[in-house]
Design a protein around this ligand. Sequence first.
Ligand code: NAP
Length: 316
Amino acid sequence: MKLWITRPMTAAVEARARAEFDVHIRPDTGVLSRAEMERALRDYDVVMPTLGDLFSAEVIASVPDTRCRLLANFGVGYNHIDVSAARAAGIAVTNTPGAVTDATADIAMTLILMSARRAGEGERLVRSGSWRGWHPTQMLGLHVTGKTVGIIGLGRIGAAIGRRCHFGFGMKVLYTARSDKDPGYPVSRCDSVEEMAAQVDFLVVAVPGGAETRHLVDEGVLAAMQPHAHLINIARGEIVKESALIAALQDNQIAGAGLDVYEFEPKVPEALRGLDSVTLLPHLGTATEEVRTNMGHMALDNVAALAAGKPLPNPV
Ligand code: NAP
């Protein structure tokens, strides 16, 4: 069982991989090149890819003599892998659901609070040395407690965000999804994203990326939002039409945005970087030692199951 781990992992994950498998760990932190993806499919039984490694139908078809039997994705989002093309080539795909839920919901709350309370702008003010002291109308933001949040996609992460908003901040929780949800606290389902956008103070994106959700948040949705409202995206960049978001922020159509992900990641347009009303994080959703270790163990559990001829715990 030859395994290729495509990025450095936490010490615990690397130690387990070395103990259990014939593993090669790529020292580079960047995304895989086309040549590397082709080599991965040709030379390894299992590959552990991650965000940004575009295993498209074209890449998969370009290696007809594939040795690879499993793409054990490191991460819950797998929109960078063409799952049906992989399946057709006899390659299973697994992901790491659950391990990422609370950490990503915490980053959504960080962005809600930072955007509403202008925390990034305030931090820049203090750091620049130009803060002249407290006064009653200094940097007034939006009060968060008791407001209304609209969550696009009340799945694992969406429901965890709603739980924090309801129990932690006494917020009313609206959502859109393909099916009715009962997360264990009060929620109301909206028929469309636009209808929900018009009613909320915070619109939070928590659906998976991919063709079906590309530009789900576009000019229409942004125009429906109230001028004091904030857009938060912790899911995938391409779900929000970035050019429309920049225009909405520049025209003060909405009050602010908190982003962990970007349409052309890691490229972040200068127009966004120049706006004080947007909080920009470098895709920190799952970035804690414990969570990245749990994700790595989950990916390795799938590798171990394949090696033992057992059913894969997390097939997609
Ligand atoms: P999940 O449990 O599968 O939940 C996805 C939710 O989106 C469900 O409510 C689902 O509705 C809804 N949905 C799926 N496809 C849809 C579509 N085409 N149109 C409308 N709604 C749709 O996924 P999760 O674990 O919460 O993760 C969500 C996403 O967060 C991941 O796919 C990943 O891209 C992203 N993520 C980001 C970070 C980060 O670092 N920022 C970390 C982890 C995850 P139904 O249940 O009704 O189908």
